[in-house]
Design a protein around this ligand. Structure first.
Ligand SMILES: [Zn+2]
Length: 137
């Protein structure tokens, strides 16, 4: 059973039950639907409310997803801070030392400029860049 809110041409509004959505169309075609207030046979379904709430839901979901994404990035940042050695803006220098000294197993992190990264890439040193989120805010 489906409940529809129906409107007549005189703007009367009333509820009616149907066994399914086709039954409404069938009854309407045969002129068997009429307004319970004025008897008008010009009946239409009114627009359903859930359309509106579904757009609100999806924006809430997006916000949740973004928050989750941020939490993951913070976890990643915490992991790097705990396990890697911070070398700051000396990163490209240090990474070269490690790369050419095969015995070194150090893992470091730091900041590079785009130019430094291009130079390192030319030397065959591939870097993993990580979005660095602010933990505060
Ligand atoms: Zn009516």
């Amino acid at each position: 059973m489906i409940k529809y809110i129906l409107n007549c041409k005189n703007n009367h509004e009333f509820e009616s039950w149907f066994s399914n959505s086709e039954e409404f169309e069938k009854l309407k075609k045969k002129n068997l639907l009429e307004c319970i207030f004025c008897g008008s046979k010009k009946i239409s379904k009114s627009i359903m409310a859930p359309m509106v709430s579904s757009t609100i839901d999806s924006s809430v979901n997006t916000e949740k997803k973004l928050r989750k994404e941020r939490e993951n990035l913070i976890k990643l940042r915490n992991y790097i801070e705990k396990n890697f050695e911070y070398v700051g803006s000396n990163f490209s220098e240090k990474v070269r030392d490690i790369y050419y000294d095969k015995s070194s197993k150090k893992t470091i992190y730091g900041t590079t400029t785009l130019k430094e990264r291009e130079e390192l890439a030319e030397e065959g040193i591939e870097l993993l860049s990580v979005p660095w989120v602010d933990k505060e805010n």
